[in-house]
Design a protein around this ligand. Structure first.
Ligand code: SF4
Length: 213
């Protein structure tokens, strides 16, 4: 596998994509390919509402800061949060998503990466225990605990992100059972997962036929 230049930093939001599918991450982050479908548009419109930077009081002793820029030298991550809530000295990241909670870990990883970046800026403070994801489709606010396991998976995803970003070519399409993610992927028409697999299997068969018995 050939390697290309490794980027200095990875966008925090790209970790969400990576966890969903490394090939999709490569298309979006490395090649800057994007297909706007209704899901992408819905997500963009939702984020416009929380993409105005500022701080406001939203309840008793609760302050909200929107669109805070985060950077981690240690993890080599950068990006913006949707909202940081401050309650009794505790900072809680809140991420807004369109649709409903999925079965995958991608949203939780993105939120946990925000917490890791915040913690790096707050040396000596206790670790951030949890954050929230607000799903607009179900209008549910889901608490995500930043457990040791989730923190380890987030760090592993960051490592993988740099490895995939250094590849010369996109990784192969997902294999079952993860192919269940493909029908909802906005890049399916670009990725052509079934066609790529068919071509690969034909090539492998042709190669096998040329080998001596
Ligand atoms: S169609 Fe499937 S394999 Fe291709 S980028 Fe999307 S999720 Fe990944």
């Amino acid at each position: 596998m050939n390697a290309r230049n490794v980027p200095d930093t990875i966008p925090i939001s790209a970790l969400n994509t990576l966890e969903y599918c490394p090939r999709r991450f490569y298309y979006q982050f490395v090649q800057s390919d994007m297909v706007i479908n209704e899901f992408v548009l819905e997500g963009t419109l939702l984020h416009r509402r929380v993409n105005q930077a500022g701080t406001q009081t939203v309840g008793q002793d609760v302050m909200q800061t929107t669109r805070l820029y985060l950077f981690s030298e240690e993890l080599r991550l950068s990006g913006f949060t949707d909202v940081i809530e401050e309650q009794r000295g505790l900072l809680i990241p809140v991420e807004y998503k369109h649709g409903q909670q999925g079965e995958w870990l991608n949203d939780a990883l993105q939120l946990c990466a925000q917490a890791l970046c915040l913690e790096e800026r707050l040396p000596g403070k206790p670790p951030i225990p949890y954050g929230y994801i607000f799903y607009a489709g179900s209008r549910r606010r889901v608490q995500v605990d930043f457990s040791a396991e989730l923190r380890a998976k987030t760090r592993a995803a960051i490592e993988l992100a740099f490895q995939v970003a250094a590849l010369e070519k996109p990784p192969l399409p997902l294999e079952p059972p993860l192919t269940a993610r493909c029908p909802n992927c906005s890049l399916v028409s670009l990725c052509l997962p079934d066609e790529v697999k068919l071509l690969r299997s034909r090539k492998e068969k042709a190669l096998a036929n040329t080998l001596p018995d």
